[in-house]
Design a protein around this ligand. Sequence first.
Ligand code: NDP
Length: 315
Amino acid sequence: RKGTAIITGASSGLGLATAKALAETGRWHVIMGCRDFLKASRAAKAAGMPKDSYTIVHLDLASLDSVRQFVKNVRQLEMPVDVVVCNAAVYRPTAKEPSYTADGFEMSVGVNHLGHFLLARELLADLQSSDYPSKRLIIVGSITGNTNTLAGNVPPKANLGDLRGLAGGLNGVNSSVMIDGGEFDGAKAYKDSKVCNMLTMQEFHRRYHEETGVTFASLYPGCIATTGLFREHIPLFRLLFPPFQKYITKGYVSEEEAGKRLAQVVSDPSLTKSGVYWSWNKNSASFENQLSEEASDADKAKKLWEISEKLVGLA
Ligand code: NDP
């Protein structure tokens, strides 16, 4: 039978390119978890995805109720859940003020980490009951959260500190809006959220890989300088960033190529190892990459897991 993969944020960029790459194989049905149904439907059509290769289900990660409703709606489809890809993200590098999710969490960490944390926890049971030979839960990471790299050392650097802001609910009322308890910084909040994504993947691996057989993985697909992720950046940045990445850092990767890479992590029979953070070299060959000290700190991962459970109402 065809495999079924859920991809969040499949209405643009990497998510859409991955959905298209999987759909084109004819071996996958994609459930696109998107906050804007019409945009997703137009994007899938414009990408030329065969009509019967995808189903769009509404998902707004900025609302825990919406996440729970999404899980219910997916179950009503009565399709197996074989692979889940947590891909959606917001990046607000020029924001002067924080914005908040429906549950009152700072937006970047609320969407990128907490929304996906609840989603992944809920869907683990569905993955477990699938009979697909290689079940996977993939969380898209990033080099920017990895302070052992050049890109990860561009200030402001990711740093979760002792997680005091997160423990307080990231609400700006009785806690800071930043995980480490500091002042709001949109670029740092994004990087922090990506560290959370990578820590979460490893904690899933430690807690559930043996018991469930599910492969837990993360990846850095390369710098996809053309996606909507940079939509809130200043115009000059948006103009210069793609050529800078192409010719100077040489980390540039097209949306299509990045989509193929993520599609490999979804379906390639050789990428079944769990607990891995995948990257690609200059020849587009995948390899197991090293995470920074913070992004591989097992104590922090455990603490992050326990605080996140409380915030999303699982504990
Ligand atoms: P895009 O902005 O193109 O895609 C992000 C997607 O997330 C969009 O589909 C967007 O929906 C969706 N999204 C945002 N907020 C929500 C929400 N509240 N609920 C549901 N969906 C939401 O960016 P990319 O494709 O570049 O980013 C995809 C992933 O790749 C992210 O995890 C990012 O961190 C990661 N990444 C990107 C890199 C890059 O260089 N671009 C490098 C490394 C990692 P909508 O279409 O409605 O806006």
